[in-house]
Design a protein around this ligand. Structure first.
Ligand code: NAP
Ligand code: MG
Length: 484
């Protein structure tokens, strides 16, 4: 069945269609998804622009109702949505169902934010002047999202965009059109006026570019790789738009000599390899103090050897397949680079034989690596981690901060003083203490430093800085004689 785009309140056929393939079993075609042509992208943007004036003025009660309705339906259908997500992206059913539930809760969180998007008053320094700051919607917002969190990331962009009175043109990653389409279908029935929310599916290079380069799109919120984010950022900046970019990571997990070894191994295993390592917050650099180095590696390898790699939807599976053939090629390329750079392939990295044709790769651990190696500098986005041995806590922080990106960073330690120092000195937007580098609460902000992020944080109330624009109003009191 062909799944269509949603434009101006109608389901519209695309110029073309793309098959969505299950990475756990490439014989399984999930559905055929419409690809929007240039005219459809323009129609979607025009519809969002036409719908803006009325939606931006509509009551917060209405915005609350719509978002809350969407959240309720997502939560009640979390199993079905999770199943589609696991089938098309390859994360396990548990992970995918939890992501679906999170998407629902994000809509519910931002439903309540609809009531909090209003003005602030200040005491003026001048007598008889009233001073206020109005929060007005940004306008038409382009939402461009990656394939690794096909429900949660769209939810944490679309929900606040709508809550703060904006209209939306949503372009999901083409690899995960199934989850995006289900989400759009739920949104389409929640009571939004036509044109407030639009879905255009297809490739970034054309559908995405059409959104990014349109002068009618006031702001673009993007999550994806650093190179694509930077190029989108400069296009939007050049035409005077606003941009919010969440990009790549190369996240360090520092394991101190005083760490609880089981906590350290658990954090590394889950942070590096779960979700097949395809998380911007995955720990790919394990920075381990000398005194605990051997014991840590032995225990991590022991845990890795019992991981079950298989069909994402099988209850036996700990780690599903790589999401696509293209990503598998990237992973294999970096395994080869690591071997050639002289890193020791201590465990894993082999293709897994299965009775189903899928992109199965056993998680890999490199040891004896240096932080200058490409495997420690470039984002791989697969189930591959590298251990860097350090001789002191100071050196660990230095190595952790020696990266062009700074998204999430973790420390495993039993020393309150070291933990405090780590949190203070680490150059990352998010610090995780005795926890994996991945896995954050949905109502707190999400942000990175250096080349990981640009613009105001996402999620939580902080994202209001992106989705609204301030208007500062100074108003003189009229002389009593003129006031009617
Ligand atoms: P990607 O290749 O950068 O693509 C992200 C989105 O941008 C997709 O929808 C893509 O479309 C679209 N796109 C590609 N080229 C474009 C262009 N020229 N103009 C407009 N849109 C364009 O990233 P990905 O491979 O989907 O996801 C993996 C990356 O996302 C990793 O680097 C990961 O670290 C990052 N990520 C970051 C965060 C965070 O919050 N910091 C969270 C999750 C993921 P198509 O793919 O459909 O062509
Ligand atoms: Mg990509």
């Amino acid at each position: 069945m062909l799944r269509n785009n949603f434009i101006a309140g109608e389901w519209v056929r695309g110029d073309d269609g793309i098959e969505n393939v299950n990475p756990s079993d490439t014989r399984d075609i999930i559905d055929l998804y419409a690809v929007a042509g240039a005219k459809q992208v323009k129609d979607a943007i025009d519809a969002a622009a036409s719908a803006l004036p009325a939606w931006s003025l509509c009551s917060p009660l209405k915005r609350f109702d719509v978002l809350d309705t969407i959240g309720t339906e997502i939560i009640s259908r979390q199993k079905e949505l999770g199943d589609c997500l696991a089938r098309e992206e390859g994360k396990t059913l548990d992970e995918a169902t939890a992501e679906a539930a999170r998407a629902g809760h994000l809509f519910k969180f931002f439903a309540t934010e609809a009531y909090r998007s209003n003005s602030e008053g200040y005491e003026s320094i001048r007598q008889s002047v009233e001073l206020s700051v109005r929060r007005e919607p940004l306008g038409v917002v382009g939402v461009i999202t990656p394939w690794n969190f096909p429900l949660a990331i769209p939810a944490w962009k679309i929900a606040p965009a709508l809550a703060y009175g904006n209209t939306v043109v949503f372009k999901p990653a083409e690899l995960v059109s199934g989850s995006a389409w289900l989400l759009a279908e739920i949104i389409s029935r929640a009571g939004l006026p036509e044109g407030v929310f639009n879905l255009v599916m297809g490739r970034g290079s054309d559908v995405g570019q059409g959104i990014v380069s349109s002068s009618k799109v006031t702001g673009v919120t993007f999550t994806g790789s650093t190179p694509v984010g930077k190029s989108i950022g400069s296009t939007v900046f050049d035409r005077g738009g606003r941009v919010q970019l969440e990009m790549g990571g190369k996240n360090p997990l520092v394991i101190c000599g005083d760490a609880d070894i089981d906590v350290a191994v658990d954090c590394a295993l889950k942070g590096s390899f779960f979700s097949t390592g395809q998380r911007c917050t995955a720990s790919s650099r394990l920075i381990v103090e000398e005194s605990i180095h051997e014991e840590f590696i032995d225990k991590l390898v022991d845990r890795m050897s019992s991981l079950r790699i298989g069909d994402a939807r099988s209850p036996e599976t700990d780690i599903g397949p790589v999401a696509s053939e293209a990503q598998l090629e990237v992973d294999l390329k970096y395994l080869k680079i690591g071997d050639e750079e002289g890193a020791v392939r201590r465990f894993g990295g082999d293709l897994v034989q299965s009775d189903k044709p899928g992109y199965y790769l056993f998680p890999a651990l490199f040891t004896e690596t240096t932080n200058t190696m490409r495997i420690n500098r470039e984002e791989i986005f697969g189930p591959i981690a590298a251990v860097v041995r350090v001789s002191s806590f100071d050196e660990a922080i230095e190595v952790a901060n020696d990266a062009e990106v700074g998204l999430s960073a973790g420390v495993v330690s039993t020393s309150p003083a070291r933990i405090k120092e780590f949190v203070r000195r680490i150059e990352a937007g998010m610090a995780q203490v005795n926890l994996p580098t991945a896995g954050m609460d949905f109502h707190a902000p999400f942000t990175g430093r250096k080349s990981s992020s640009f613009g105001p944080p996402e999620k939580g109330s902080y994202c209001r800085e992106f989705f609204t624009q301030a208007k500062v109003v100074h108003e003189a009191e009229l002389p009593a004689i003129n006031a009617v």
